[in-house]
Ligand binder design. Structure first.
Ligand SMILES: O=C(O)CCC(=O)C(=O)O
Length: 265
């Protein structure tokens, strides 16, 4: 597969599909673990349905994936995914969130939105966030593929969105084992699953530039056992190192500790 062509597509169109990243067996394994994670969430009292995002109870939302299973900790740092993340954001990124939305038959479309708009106020001049959307089933219009408004990653203000944006939206089409890459500025929504019996399970790995507050406070949401098991790289990508937003201070050659000492002495 020509990854370079997909990267150009991402930069120009705001999205692209990367097929065959996982084998059929790997995809099925992740899908099984996802349903197990949904069950664990319910047992722990973390609701998975009707949490205020979707119009009815036919969407299953699974949060805290990184806490639930090592398989999700592997996926979030998959080398091909990271290649696309760094293409759009540069290596200066953090993992913001990792969640799932399983749209079952009967599910309906949510509000149109951009994910960058949720974490950064307008105007949006640059791509500062990105979604890697793992497809655990074949996904198309019938089973509720995510719908996006073509070209909307170039909008800087919400007021520039055309009144008929929803009608202009088009569905992704991707086979199980692929991921869809979506610029955080692209306006999108879940599709309605109008199939008789087809599940649509998607995982949303959300990454943002390091100066943006993440959607999850990983220090608070991961258990001590999970934190202990993190590699130094994953710990850094989760923003869990002691040092945080000190790049400017470094560039100005102001050592944060020295500054603190001066201010308090
Ligand atoms: O499930 C989908 O297709 C889209 C979900 C989404 O955009 C969201 O949860 O913010």
């Amino acid at each position: 597969m020509d990854l370079e062509a997909r990267k150009r597509e991402l930069l120009e169109q705001g999205c692209c599909v990367v097929p065959n990243v996982l084998t059929a067996a790997e995809t099925e394994r992740v899908r099984e673990r996802l349903w197990a994670a949904a069950e664990t969430s319910e047992q722990l009292g973390v609701p998975t349905r009707q949490i205020g995002l979707d119009p009815n109870e036919h969407n299953v939302r699974v949060f805290y994936l990184l806490e639930r299973d090592a398989i999700f900790r592997e996926l979030i740092q998959h080398p091909t995914a990271i290649e696309f993340v760094t293409t759009l954001l540069s290596p200066d990124f953090l993992i913001s969130n990792f969640t799932a939305n399983i749209a079952l038959p009967g599910s309906k479309s949510m509000e149109l939105h951009s994910d960058q708009g949720i974490v950064v106020p307008e105007p949006w001049f640059h791509p500062w966030s990105i979604n890697i959307i793992w497809c655990l089933n074949d996904v198309d219009e019938e089973n509720g593929a995510t719908r996006y408004v073509p070209g909307s990653h170039r909008l800087r203000w919400a007021s520039e969105l055309p009144p008929d944006a929803r009608e202009k939206s088009v569905p992704f089409k991707a086979s199980a084992g692929s991921f869809v890459v979506m610029d955080g500025r692209l306006w999108h929504t879940s599709g309605a699953n109008v199939s008789q019996s087809r599940e649509r399970a998607l995982l949303f790995g959300y990454y943002s530039r390091s100066f943006i507050r993440q959607q999850q406070n990983w220090n608070a949401s991961l258990s001590p056992e999970t934190i202990e098991a993190l590699s130094p790289q994953l710990r850094a990508w989760l923003g869990m190192e002691a040092r945080a937003n000190v790049k400017l201070a470094q560039r100005l050659r102001i050592h944060p500790v020295a500054t603190h000492t001066k201010l308090t002495s």
